[in-house]
Each structure stands twice: as structure tokens, then as C-alpha cells.
Design a protein around this ligand. Structure first.
Ligand SMILES: Cc1cc2nc3c(=O)[nH]c(=O)nc-3n(C[C@H](O)[C@H](O)[C@H](O)COP(=O)(O)OP(=O)(O)OC[C@H]3O[C@@H](n4cnc5c(N)ncnc54)[C@H](O)[C@@H]3O)c2cc1C
Length: 478
């Protein structure tokens, strides 16, 4: 990295906010998809929009690529560099600028941790609905970039439905202030376009989010299934709940291997160890609504073969049931040192079939599979537990992941339910999009980032963005 660039950045944000030391750089070389890693040349930690803009302007003058980074909990390799460049991390942008209970919005720094936003507004009887299971670590900016979902996405929708405004620093350092929440925004929806752009358009530094009222009553239910067909029965229960129009706010399924891992870990939730699957659901509303919907769901689960039904009796019990679900990925560290979280999404009616397919694929590649998923959204997470030090096993994991994606697309699903494309799914992008689709997306990307310096080699294959005679900043291709 050019010394003049490093010195210039130190002048703008100070020595402590510029990470050039080899040891500290190691913690930025991958995200939660640890099988891919590459050392960054430099990491910078600007504190706000002004500092980010000044840094981006200087970096632009050196023509160096930029990789935005939140907390690095992404599961597709999105926040790791491919060929060096500067990682711009938002971890110092944790401000809560404003909570407006009257109009129901909050304005925060992009580096604010998801759960801290809800803590900041709970005294007003409001909360921020998108709740990725990583919400104790992931940032609002990362959620915006990946259009993240979460267990409560079934009722509330994903991040894009909750973002009212953004302040974005463009690749050349220009600041695009789209932060004013408007009732009915006019013109091109640039905020909507930015959400889900995976750090390829610019860096969001401030985010205005919609807040929703904390429900009067919340009931958490657990339906337990046993025996060989338990997982299929749980899937069928979900399809029926949706078919008959019942409206729980969350519907999650955990399979037997996941239950064992959770129960052996610090996240132990009291899920029965002999269950082949559990269905974790939440119902919200007025006392009458909750009582009615919960009763109907319990009846239906029983009809579809649940052998035990529970309702959390206290807040502590409710928190424990959710801690098991939200800690499930972490708990899988007990099965193997590494985890590959596939992000399969299919129409909900195909859940049962897709679960069987993923089990068959794991068996074919002789891999250990633990499944936990946002069943209400048709979003399966087949988790392959493996050891990345074993190169041959890692090769099988990658092949199985690709086959799972192929099966999803063939079943009418998509390439990503919520984790994004990143680096992980670039090779499969042609399963869903034609060359013309990709070229059209490439033109949009170039409108934001003409030099292709923002997170190069992620989300979209470079060939889609490059015109004849261009020299992209990164030569990495899908
Ligand atoms: C245990 C665990 C559970 C998870 N559960 C869920 C879940 O339930 N639902 C879900 O959707 N995901 C889940 N994830 C994935 C991940 O947490 C989300 O994708 C999250 O939004 C990433 O946030 P982050 O701050 O860690 O972003 P990072 O991983 O740092 O970055 C993610 C992407 O966003 C870009 N980016 C980050 N910040 C900005 C910014 N300010 N401006 C522009 N681009 C930016 C990066 O370049 C990268 O492409 C889970 C991950 C783990 C490890």
C-alpha cells in the first residue's frame, strides 16, 4: 500500500483508526464464511460521514479498491477483500442520532449493532423488527447492504421494508444525503436500490429506520415432533398454517442434530433431546388475538403429528427458547470446527421436498448436515459441519453447496433467501439470470461506481460490469 495514502489517511482520522499492522489485519481477512480468506492491505475506521467522505476521496485519488465492512458476520465472503485494497469498517459509527416516537423512526450510525437499536427505543414502546439471528453482533449498515431477514421476517418483512433513508458516501467521496424520511418519496427510489447492493454502490454511513410498536402480548410456542418422519411433519404443519391463513409472527424449524448441538451448549433451551424436529413459533397481538391464533396453531400442529406442545409461561422461558434458535449456528461448533451455512430459499410448499433433497445431497457427499430454518419464509439453512483444514472435505462442501443451490432454483426458488450473493454464489448466478440480466445490473452498478472500485468481484460477476477495453481494478472473475 502506498505510504503517501497511509499517511494521508492518518492525517484525516488519526493513527489509532488506521490498521496496518499484520497481526491486527488478520481479524479482517474473512467474514463468517471462514473457508475464504485474504489479507487486507489496510483497514480504516472512520468515525462518521465526514471522515468517511474525506477518506474515500483520498483513496479514489490513488485508484485503490474499497471493501465496506460492518461486523463481519456475513456468510458469503462479502466483507473480505479479494485482492487487497482498503477495508472501510463502520465499527466506530455506533451513534443513535435520534429516536422519534411520534413519527416512528430512528436515525443511527451504520455501525450500530442491530439489537442495540431495539434497546435504544424500547422505552418508547417501539422496536426495530428485522432480527437476524446474528443481531447481537451484526450492524444496521451490514443489514442494509445484505437486505437481511430474520425469524420475524415472516410477519414484518426483510430489511428493505424498514429503511426510510440513508446517507451514502459514494466511491469518489461525494456524500449523497437521502436521510429525510418522507411519507411518499418522489423520484427514483435510490434508497430501495441501495438496499441489498452488498457494498458495491458506496458506503452507508447513516441509516433512518422505521420502528414498529411493541406488541401488547407475545406468546412463544414449541411443537415437538418425534420419529423418522418428524421433520417432514413439521414442514407440513408450516404449509398448513400458511394455507389456512393463520398469522404467527415467526415460524422456525430445528432438526435433531441442531437440537443436540444446542442442548449440549451454553444456549441449551430445553428442547427435547429425543425430538426429530421442533417448530418454534411466536404469536403477537391483543390478548384475544393471541389466544385465538395460538389455540388454532396448537390444534393444527397436533393434527399434523406433534407429540408435545408447549407455551412459554414466563419471559425467561421465552428468552431461553429463542436463545436456542439464535445460538444454533454457534452451538454447531460442538459438531465440527467449521460451518457452511447454505442459504436455500424455495416456495413454502416445496419445503418438505427440499429438506429431503438437501439430506440426500449431504449423504452423497458424505457430509454432516444440521438444518435450522426460517420455515415461514421458505428459507432453509442446511448447515454443513466440516473441518476446513481437510482440503478434500472442503471441496465436497463447496460441491454440495452448489448442488443445493441448483436444486433450489430448479424447485422455483432463488439463489439467496437473505445472505446475499457475495463471493460464495457468484459461480451459480447464471442459474437464475441471463447474460442480458447481468449486463443490465452491471450498467446500474457502473452508474454508482464507474471505476468498479467498490467491493470488486462481489455480488455480480465482473464480466457483467466491464465493457470492451475497460481495465477493472480487480481481475477476479466468477
Ligand atoms: C450466527 C449467524 C446468524 C445469522 N443469522 C442471520 C439471519 O437470521 N438472517 C440474515 O439475513 N442473516 C443472518 N446472518 C448473516 C449476517 O449476520 C447478515 O448478513 C448481516 O446483515 C451482516 O451484517 P454485518 O454488519 O456483519 O456485515 P458484514 O458481514 O461486515 O458485511 C456484509 C456485506 O455488507 C457490506 N457492508 C457492510 N456494511 C456496509 C455499509 N455500511 N455500507 C455498504 N456496505 C456495507 C459488506 O461489504 C458486505 O458485502 C447470520 C450470520 C451469523 C454468523
Amino acid at each position: 500500500m502506498d505510504k503517501a495514502l497511509i499517511d494521508g489517511l492518518i492525517e484525516i482520522i488519526g493513527k489509532d483508526a488506521v490498521v496496518a499492522d499484520e497481526t491486527r489485519l488478520m481479524s479482517y481477512e474473512s467474514d463468517a464464511l471462514a473457508m475464504y480468506h485474504e489479507k487486507a492491505d489496510l483497514v480504516i475506521l472512520p468515525a462518521d460521514t465526514a471522515e468517511t467522505a474525506a477518506c474515500m476521496k483520498l483513496i479514489a485519488s490513488f485508484g485503490v479498491p474499497i471493501v465496506p465492512r460492518g461486523a463481519g458476520t456475513g456468510l458469503t465472503g462479502g466483507a473480505r477483500p479479494i485482492e487487497g485494497g482498503v477495508v472501510v469498517a463502520t465499527s466506530r459509527m455506533r451513534q443513535v442520532f435520534e429516536v422519534n416516537p411520534t413519527d416512528g423512526f430512528a436515525r443511527t450510525g451504520a455501525g450500530l449493532v442491530n439489537v442495540d437499536l431495539t434497546h435504544a427505543c424500547e422505552d418508547h414502546g417501539l422496536f426495530y423488527a428485522p432480527d437476524p439471528s446474528s443481531q447481537r453482533a451484526c450492524t444496521i449498515g451490514g443489514n442494509v447492504a445484505n437486505n437481511s431477514g430474520g425469524p420475524h421476517g415472516f410477519k414484518y418483512g426483510s430489511t428493505t421494508q424498514h429503511i426510510l433513508g440513508l446517507v451514502i458516501v459514494l466511491p469518489d467521496g461525494e456524500v449523497l444525503d437521502l436521510s429525510e424520511p418522507r411519507v411518499d418519496p418522489e423520484g427514483v427510489d435510490l434508497v430501495g436500490l441501495f438496499v441489498g447492493s452488498e457494498g458495491t454502490f458506496g458506503i452507508a454511513t447513516e441509516v433512518t429506520v422505521k420502528l414498529v410498536p411493541t406488541p401488547e402480548v407475545v406468546e412463544t410456542l414449541l411443537a415437538v415432533y418425534t420419529g423418522g418422519e418428524g421433520l417432514s411433519k413439521a414442514c407440513d404443519t408450516v404449509s398448513e398454517i400458511i394455507r389456512v391463513g393463520l398469522e404467527p409472527s415467526a415460524i422456525e424449524i430445528l432438526d435433531t442434530l441442531t437440537i443436540a448441538a444446542v442442548e449440549d451448549s451454553v444456549f441449551a433451551a430445553g428442547y427435547p433431546r429425543d425430538a426429530s424436529a421442533v417448530l418454534l413459533m411466536e404469536v403477537e397481538g391483543t390478548p384475544t388475538e393471541v389466544q385465538g391464533t395460538s389455540g388454532d396453531i396448537m390444534k393444527l400442529a397436533k393434527t399434523f403429528g406433534a407429540t408435545e406442545l408447549r407455551s412459554a409461561q414466563t419471559d425467561a422461558e421465552r428468552a431461553m427458547l429463542w436463545a436456542g434458535r439464535k445460538g444454533a449456528f454457534g452451538a454447531m461448533g460442538r459438531i465440527a470446527p467449521d460451518l457452511y451455512v447454505a442459504d436455500a430459499v424455495v416456495p413454502r410448499t416445496k419445503l418438505r421436498e427440499m429438506v429431503r433433497t438437501t439430506v440426500a445431497i449431504a449423504e452423497k457427499y458424505q457430509l454432516k448436515l444440521a438444518t435450522v430454518f426460517h420455515a415461514g419464509d421458505g428459507n432453509l439453512h442446511p448447515n454443513i459441519c466440516y473441518d476446513r483444514r481437510d482440503k478434500e472435505e472442503t471441496r465436497r462442501v463447496v460441491a454440495a453447496g452448489a448442488e443445493i443451490l441448483e436444486a433450489c432454483v430448479a424447485a422455483g426458488g432463488s439463489l439467496t433467501g437473505e445472505h446475499g450473493i457475495g463471493l460464495e454464489k457468484l459461480a451459480e448466478i447464471g442459474l437464475l439470470f441471463s447474460e442480458q440480466d447481468l449486463q443490465a445490473m452491471g450498467r446500474v452498478r457502473r452508474a454508482w461506481d464507474p471505476d468498479l472500485r467498490m467491493n470488486p468481484g462481489k455480488a455480480l460477476p465482473l464480466r457483467a460490469c466491464v465493457e470492451l477495453g475497460d481495465k477493472p481494478k480487480s481481475s477476479v472473475e466468477a
